[in-house]
Design a protein around this ligand. Sequence first.
Ligand code: FES
Length: 238
Amino acid sequence: MSQTVNLRIYRRDPDLDKAGKYQNYQIELQPGQTVLMALYHLLENVDKSLAFRASCRSAVCGSCGMHINGKNRLACETQLAPLGNEVVIEPLPHLPVLKDLVVDMTTFWDKYERVRPYLISLKEPPEKERKQSVEDRKKIDEYIDCILCACCHSSCSLDWWDKDYLGPAALGKMYRFVADSRDEGEIERLKIVASEEGVFRCHTLFNCTEECPKRISPTFAIQQMKKKIMFAKLTGKL
Ligand code: FES
């Protein structure tokens, strides 16, 4: 028997509306249909003005983060069927809306840039590659998996009220390099985050960890860096 789902979608064109509104669309649920598939169905068949971001459709590019039934999720990997007959789809919270489900990611990328998200090495570049043992690679596997979808960034209430706070996404990325056996910029990096705008702003609320679609824990990364900072201070390196 076919099932009808009501998609209640946040709509806003900042040039036309000061406040946004919700628009309802009824669709017939298809087997295996994801939220993203439903949005494409609406865009192609019902309402060409609907705006959302997506690219890979396979939980790799990080474009389709949105707030679905009260939780930040990737639309492309979220199955519609378990969400019930009424599905509320909103843009990621606490980011300026450019149009409908598309948010302005400027602050996210600014913070990402501040943590120097690349390998720092003082040695001469090797002829072929910088090798790493399997064990050392395992230590950073989780953080390499981050797809920069901003689901954690937009879920952090500390990030909402302190715009200078680097936030969970940038700090998780920082830890990816701090914990990388090939990186030689640890002290330089810890100096960036040893402040109220860095790791000490985190109050260990775990919102970021709960909302990460890749099941990465920025909270753990932040706590590890707090320990490293204390150790570096005790040993006079910081
Ligand atoms: S479309 Fe790429 S992560 Fe969803």
